[in-house]
Design a protein around this ligand. Structure first.
Ligand code: GLV
Length: 332
């Protein structure tokens, strides 16, 4: 019997994916809770002469990693974002790279909404208030926050996830503005079909007009620190900013200054710079009154993580079998 190809999986992903791989391959899984170091990934790929690498967004994958195993045929990431993979290095080596678009858009949009609702209506503060024994009576002005319904939502980046976030705004009778590198007519018409009139505006107008701003851009050179001091200054004092995209899309020092000086009201983050955010990071002093932070869990529904696992396994299999990946991240 021919030997099975060997693959390295840099964390235990749901069984839905691992089982698929184990049917056909010799699967090595990094079993720790925290990621393997880059050196460890390189050593393992070399030792097992891996043909496939299934990685996570917390692994840095560059040319050095790609060259570690002489047999490497494919990289598949258990994420939609692939800013942790050097795509130029992959292109130089003609190495296919798979990712998991689509399956997590609605789940991530649901979570962006949960951060939006939480920051607007102060649920984390409310829970702390109860646990701190401060709840003595019903209060006419206790923990008041802005209305979400009929407010203006600004979506920066109307891709798959941004579109789902905008779609949900229909249920709250919100006005929806969006900015992007260019108008997205397909999404506009999809949204119009469900009664959401998403208006394309430039980013300056969106920042100035929105009550809630939700970020949905990929992390690129052009979007690194897209939201800095001048962008915070353009926002309304009442504005609430939500980030479920990538931490470095916001300049953390500018965010600290903006919160310190009440340039805006609150921020809800599922992604941070640095990530993970240490509990003693200076930004955490704004929690919970001005800041709510969750540990990068926007796509973490059980169903979606299972779908991502199957998709990542299928991308890896296709690459190993020399077929086009069902979901390729390579645009060249
Ligand atoms: C999550 O952030 C992902 O890119 O899948």
């Amino acid at each position: 019997m021919a030997t099975q190809p060997t693959v390295y999986v840099t964390r235990r992903i749901p069984d839905a994916g691992i089982d698929r791989l184990e049917e056909k391959y010799n699967v090595h899984v990094w079993e720790e809770k925290t990621p393997p170091s880059k050196d460890h990934i390189i050593e393992t790929l070399a030792d097992i002469e891996a043909e496939g690498l299934l990685c996570l967004l917390s692994d840095e994958i560059d040319g050095e990693v790609m060259d570690a195993s002489p047999n490497l045929k494919v990289i598949s990431t258990f994420s939609v974002g692939y800013d942790h993979i050097d795509m130029d290095d992959a292109a130089d080596r003609d190495l296919p790279v798979g990712h998991t678009p689509g399956v997590l858009s609605e789940t991530t949009a649901d979570f962006a909404w949960s951060l939006l609702m939480t920051t607007a209506r102060r649920t984390v503060e409310g829970q702390d208030y109860v646990l701190d024994g401060k709840w003595e009576t019903w209060g006419p002005k206790l923990l008041t926050g802005p209305d979400v319904h009929h407010a203006t939502l600004g979506v920066i980046g109307l891709g798959n996830i941004g579109t789902e976030v905008a779609r949900r705004a229909g249920g709250f009778d919100m006005d929806v503005l969006y900015s992007d590198v260019e108008p997205n007519e397909a999404s506009e018409s999809e949204l119009a079909d469900v009664g959401v009139d998403a208006e394309y505006v430039d980013q300056d107008e969106l920042l100035a007009e929105s009550d809630f701003i939700s970020l949905h851009v990929p992390l690129l050179d052009a979007t690194h620190h897209l939201i800095g001091e001048s962008e915070f200054q353009q926002m309304k004092e009442e504005a609430i900013l939500i980030n479920t995209s990538r931490g470095p899309v916001i300049d953390p020092e500018a965010m600290d200054t903006a919160l310190e000086n009440d340039w805006i009201t609150r921020v809800g983050l599922d992604v941070t710079e640095p990530e993970p955010l240490p509990a003693d990071h200076e930004l955490t002093r704004h929690i919970p009154e001005q800041l709510v932070v969750t540990p990068h869990i926007a796509s973490a529904s059980i169903q979606t993580r299972n779908k991502m696992a199957r998709m990542a396994a299928d991308n890896l299999s296709a690459g190993l079998e020399g077929e086009p990946l069902p979901n390729s991240a390579r645009k060249d």
